[in-house]
Design a protein. Sequence first.
Length: 194
Amino acid sequence: MLGVLRRTSLDFAYLTLSLLTSIVALAVWITALSVSLSLAVFIIGLPVVIGAAYVMRWTAELDRQNAALVFGRPVRGSYRDHRRGTFFGRVKATVGDPQVWRDLAWLITHSVLGMAFGIIALSLVASVGALASLPAWYWSVPEDVQFGLWEANSLPIALATALLAIPLAVVTRYVLRGMARFHASLVVELLGRR
């Protein structure tokens, strides 16, 4: 039982962190693409391309580290060396690095999927908590609010309704596990070593 609770807590923590990093990912990839593409025609835009690649790398690294919550170890990326040679050689190495493009693909994917999974996880856990604690606060619910097919307007009904938290918790456990494993497997696929 403690193992199940621990695993579910880690999956919930992973999905919650994914929600937060998905917001960062959305901001990073939109900014990186818009600024890099708009300034790339000018010489000043070339350092921006290199800077954008490093910011994307740092953001992707957050999700590589978070994968340890699901797999027990972080995911490692594999980048080419972008620091040698001339300035134009560095730009070419950065743009030609497949891991930079996988980072970008991850940030775009994660900004949608990580946000959706995080919101679903928070909603499910909040629903379980609300149902389980209903006997403590049922009296504050307006009389026309229903829980399923009935109103929880007395303590016995609130206690009976709170029992619905048990099957919902079981469903939540499996949903969290499935979402965490699927999301983390995408981390391995897009951000792991090749």
